[in-house]
Design a protein around this ligand. Sequence first.
Ligand code: SAM
Length: 444
Amino acid sequence: MTPRHFLFMVCQSGAENALKNEVTRRHPTFRFSFSRPGFVTFATPEDMARDRRFQPNCTFTRTWGYSLGKVNGTDPQQLVAETWALLVSRFPKDVLSQFRHLHVWERDADVPGENGFEPGISVLADEMGELLLAARPDIGQEWPLVLNEDAAEGDRVLDCVLVEPGEWWVGWHRANRIETRWPGGVPEIDVPSDMVSRTFLKTAEALKWSEFRLTPIDQAIEIGSAPGGSCQALLLAGLDVVGVDPAEMDPLVVENPRFKHVRGKAKDLKRSVFSDARWLLADASVAPNYTLDTVEAIVTHEKVEVEGLILTMKLTSWELADEIPLFNKRIRGWGYDKVRSRQLAFNRQEFCIVASKDPKSLIDWKEAESQFGFRLPTAEENAMIDALRRNPAAVPEVEELESEITDEDADLELDDELADDELEDDEDDSEDDGDESTSATKSE
Ligand SMILES: C[S@@+](CC[C@H](N)C(=O)[O-])C[C@H]1O[C@@H](n2cnc3c(N)ncnc32)[C@H](O)[C@@H]1O
């Protein structure tokens, strides 16, 4: 029998069907296995963990990992003991020692914003995480494992999801993308005591997830800005902000000297309103195509040079989720080469698209050359710039740089691969365990 491997995916409570449809479309060989609101597992025919770059690339996946199965217990001590027993059975000690992070969280109890619920690490998850950390096995060496902290890019993370009171799901992942660096896929946000509205949370998350390089001199414009939670997040990020909305803004936002309210509907405004904006946000509570029509009319205008977009796309019906690839394609057609979509942890029945242009593409080089004597970098200079970007510590003496990269990087790469082989071999040894635990729950 072909061994089976499993992935778990975390999503908003209620978004499971949208996630399943998306996974079926993107990964036709994956088989839906076990699910609870906000937590879904899939059997995969191949060991996806072997491919270090594998990403599910699904809008409704808040975060994800490789599932090792579930543990059951009637009390926390038993669950903790079972969790470590499972992990120790899957990873030898030297491989276990490579995990620097332990992420422990509960699946969402409700839709974000409903009944006082907001995603994040609950008190219970923190308490159970502390118990797990305290009970970690002796691996014969110092093991600096930390609980529920953001992982660094590329770190390996042990995951424990509290799915039911007596049922925890155990897994691991590589923190390759920003959302997988956050415990449970939820960023930590400093919430001001005078938060204008919960939209603050989703914009604060979108700013982190976009990884846009915001600088305090930048101007951001938001279409659909009232009452102003989102503008509050942009102002706190240090930006100059223009809010476009026919409705009243909260006085707290209006009083900020870096804020300007343009009263009206975006389509009725002169394009010059948008000519200084580097970042454009839209959160207008209208159907996705209406949002896209409005934004297209702005960003394709010759006097507008918006580098990055953050668009809240309202899912007026869940069926619209099937059209996400078309929305993304349309935005690419406006010259935004990097387009990503994700249902943010703090989104409700909506998702977020972030899109960006290479800032170099916004410069009219011919104009710059004639006016200031600039010229485009040559191919060689571009290669050097790219090498420096990858390794900023490098000295730009090309010959030296090349020989250093050859020797040192080759060693580093080898070490890393050895480590990975160890990890993967061990997983192979114990595939059946994962199979059993997941198939056992399939019938539930
Ligand atoms: C969900 S609310 C926005 C919340 C806001 N982003 C915040 O952070 O508080 C939607 C807003 O979009 C506005 N709106 C709807 N259509 C619009 C349009 N075409 N141009 C500008 N604003 C619009 C509405 O007046 C409403 O205030």
